[in-house]
Design a binder for this molecule. Sequence first.
Ligand SMILES: [Zn+2]
Length: 282
Amino acid sequence: MRRKLFAVTLSLALCMGLLSGCMSDSSSSSSSSMHSSSTLMDDVESGMSRVESDVKSGMSDMMDGSSSTSHSSSDGSASGTAAAAAVPGEDWAARLVNAANPLPEDFSVKTVMIEGYENRPFDARAADALEAMLADAEAAGCKLYLVSAYRSVDRQRSLFARKTQSFVDEGFPRDEAEKQAAQWVARPGTSEHNLGLAADIVSANWYAGHDDLTADFDQTPEFEWLQAHCAEYGFILRYPQGKETVTGITYEPWHYRYVGKDAAAQIMGQGITLEEYNQKTR
Ligand SMILES: [Zn+2]
């Protein structure tokens, strides 16, 4: 009798674990890797690897969405044109943006607001996929929070100019001031957020207890859900641990990039980066 009760309890526990991973504690996290607990500033560089995250309180995206329309609105007053519209399929989605492949000065993209947020613009072609991922995660008990999405090149330029000026004010010549600023803020066009296909996503619960985006987000059930399911929606973990020398960016468990379902399946399935995927398919 006791044994039978144990078996029932065990199977119930297993079942609950499978059905509601995000409601359990995170002690079962499969991510056991060590990582730094350094806090991150907006587009900070750290050592050789640039860190591109966003500060929770500073550098708000709220100033950034002037060219966007609400996703629920049918009024298409968004500015700009879709980049690479002539490219067939979803090739536009796999566009590589990094320090060596900056976006052009005049880059613009049609964005819409992600549902449920006042100011989180995202590429209009991929917004449905992002909204579906957020909704399905919540339905599975994994409530996610979208910290940051699209940020215009203009916005990036003003962030970079402000940082540069702070070094000029300290007495650096302008050339040197720009180099110093680039250690902290991504140069205009080199942040993936300028492309409109990158989203910083964390657990809503976890975020409530954190002032900054830190790598310990990867200890949450919500991170596990994202790892298991993001490719189904066309997203990849863009800056994985162990690939810092390839991406030039430190590990960011919160930064997800839309690349399209086919590319995402290959990249996540093979454990490679967008840089490596682009080299293979070129
Ligand atoms: Zn990011």
